[in-house]
Structure formats: C-alpha cells, structure tokens
Design a binder for this molecule. Structure first.
Ligand code: B12
Length: 211
C-alpha cells in the first residue's frame, strides 16, 4: 500500500513530522497499528539497517530514524494498548539490557503485552542486572522480559539470570528474552524460560509463562 511505503520512507529518513501525521492518517483509514508497525516502522528501519551494513548510512541517520520510529509509536500507543483489559493477567518487568540503548522493538513488545492484558513496568534502556532484580522484587513480577539488539550485550542477559540465581529468586520468576541477535538456542544456553521473535509471539509466550 502506497501510504505504508511512504511511511517506511519517512521513518528511514527520519522525517518525524511527516511520519507522525501520515501514521495518524493511516489509523483514520482503519489500517491496524500492527500493520503500521510492520510495514511502516519496521520496513523503514530494516531498509536503513541494510544501508548501514553497506556503509551507506551512519549512526546519526540511525538516531534520527530511531527517534522518528519512537514518535510514530507514540501516535499508535493509544490504539495498541486498547486490549481486552477485563483482567490483569500478570505483571511483566521489561527493559533493554546493560550496555544496549536500542528500544524501538522493546517498546513495541511492551505495548502489545500491555494491550494483551498484562501490567507492564518498563525500565527503559541500559538497565543493569541489579536494577532488574530490585524492580522484580518490588513489583512482585511474574515475568522478566529482556531485550538486546547489539550482539555483545547478550552477555548482560546471562549476567541478569546469574544474579537472579545468586539472589535466590530464579524459581519465582519466568524470564523471556528477545531482540534481533537472540534465538531459541541462546535462550536455552543461558537458561531463560522462553524466546519469541516478535511482539505478537511475545504476548503468546507471556500468556503461556504466566500460567
Ligand atoms: C535504530 C538503530 C539504532 C539507534 C537506536 C535508537 C533507539 N531508540 O532504539 C541508535 C543510533 C541508538 C543505534 C546505535 C547503535 N547501533 Co543500531 N541499529 C538501529 C536499527 C537501524 C534499527 C533497530 C530497530 O529499532 N529495529 C526495529 C525493531 C522493531 O526491531 P527489533 O528491535 O528487532 O524488535 C523486534 C524483535 O527483535 C522482538 N523483540 C525485541 N526485544 C524483545 C524482547 C523480548 C523479551 C521479546 C520476547 C522480543 C523482543 O520484537 C520486536 C518487535 O517485533 C538496527 C538495524 C535493524 N534492521 O534492526 C541497527 C543495529 C541493531 N545497530 C547496530 C549497531 C552496530 C549499533 C552501534 C554499535 C553503532 C555504533 N557504531 O555506535 C550502536 C550501539 C549502541 C548501543 N550501545 O546500544 C547493528 C547491530 C549489529 C550486531 N549484531 O550487534 C544493527 C543490526 C545495524 C547493522 N545492520 O549493523 N542503533
């Protein structure tokens, strides 16, 4: 669809205002937030990621595109969190692990899980293991969701799980992991409870883990 293609382009080139008003318009045309995320935001960021790999785009471009993506998400948020909120299914503490500042994907997962009926505590980016542990205890969370995009920071996921064990609370919480460099193998390797490749799958996983 032409509008979604245009939106992907606005996100890719960091045109925030244009991207926001187009997203608003697409919502008005009854395009689902899910489609806007996939075919607008993610398509744009993926195209930029490919240019970045070929040294045709650089960090400043990633920054403006990331910002545009975040602002479009804000436009979508009210629709995405309008889920079947009759009953809270559980509490999820979510964050991007230490050393990593990517948060577009983590924010999408947070919104979809919240829309699906969970209470979500979002700790933001570059979250040290000790902070995750403190918040999990404070909120008596059922699920801890860890995101990582930059491969070296996967180690911080392992570190967070180790601290949960040291603190003696590993058995009282389920841990789910995700982000581009994460897969089921890595999840098994560090002893997490589940991996999901995208936001809808993350919601299904959370529902399974909460039971
Ligand atoms: C935008 C961007 C940035 C922005 C981030 C802005 C922001 N606010 O997030 C900025 C400029 C900060 C940035 C910085 C860097 N970046 Co960058 N960045 C990107 C880019 C273009 C898009 C990322 C994105 O938002 N994707 C879209 C979202 C929707 O997808 P997603 O995050 O994968 O999330 C989905 C799933 O993974 C899953 N998911 C995500 N989290 C979770 C959590 C759970 C629990 C679950 C179940 C699922 C799940 O669901 C999400 C929704 O479907 C990617 C390229 C790409 N195509 O991904 C590179 C990329 C991730 N960056 C990369 C790099 C190298 C860097 C830098 C090191 C660059 C530098 N030299 O400084 C720094 C690292 C900074 C740091 N310490 O973290 C590399 C990583 C390579 C690697 N394998 O490690 C990539 C892949 C680019 C590339 N092709 O080389 N970056």
């Amino acid at each position: 669809m032409e509008g979604l293609k245009k939106l992907a382009e606005y996100v890719e080139y960091g045109k925030r205002q244009e991207a926001k008003s187009l997203a608003q318009k697409l919502l008005g045309e009854n395009i689902s937030p899910d489609t806007i995320v996939k075919e607008g935001i993610m398509a744009g960021l993926n195209a930029l990621g490919e240019r970045f790999e070929k040294f045709e785009a650089f960090v400043p471009e990633l920054m403006v595109a990331g910002r545009a993506a975040k602002e479009v998400l804000e436009v979508l948020k009210p629709k995405m969190t309008q889920g079947p909120l009759h009953k809270i299914k559980g509490t999820v503490v979510i964050g991007t692990v230490e050393g990593d500042v990517h948060d577009v994907g983590k924010n999408i997962v947070a919104m979809v899980i919240e829309g699906g009926g969970f209470k979500v505590i979002d700790l933001g980016v570059d979250v040290p293991p000790s902070k995750f542990i403190k918040e999990v205890k404070y909120h008596e969370a059922n699920i801890l969701a860890l995101s990582a995009l930059y491969t070296p920071t996967r180690l911080a996921m392992k570190g967070t799980l180790e601290l949960l064990r040291t603190e003696g609370i590993r058995d009282s919480i389920k841990v789910m992991v995700g982000g581009a460099p994460i897969d089921q193998n890595f999840c098994d390797l560090i002893g997490a409870d589940g991996y999901a490749p995208d936001a809808p799958a993350a919601l299904k996983l959370a529902e399974r883990l909460a039971n």
